[in-house]
Design a protein. Sequence first.
Length: 161
Amino acid sequence: MTIAVGDKLPEAKFKEKTADGPVEITTGELFGGKKVVLFAVPGAFTPTCSLNHLPGYVENRDALLARGVDDIAVVAVNDWHVMGAWAQQSGAMGKIHFLADFDASFTKAMGLEADLSAGGLGLRSKRYSMLVEDGVVKSLNVEESPGQATVSGAAAMLEQL
């Protein structure tokens, strides 16, 4: 079953690379008592993710924060080394949380997994964005095609705030 507006996020643990090394972060720590924009990508360094989806959130970070968002996070079914390298390469380390859902446990619990085996990627996340307040989903925007980042992009999120 896919998570819906009004649902509480499932409990999960992520790994995130920081300047001090890898840290574990839970959904409670990241979303508890805060307004957070979470967006998901099928994979770090993939074309749409790197050329469109992530850059939109990096470029609009200040505008999102100015509209009351406390934090921004991206999640992908990748390991923390890959997510850390993507954060560094994109210039967004320390600006956006890069959450590694290495075994897709969070993605599966959300009901937002996608089998992209035909493209050589295996089990990944659907592309989506959501606004989460104190752990509760306030808006959910799932893309029909993993190669598009329109309804889940930063511009669409700004319109919802």
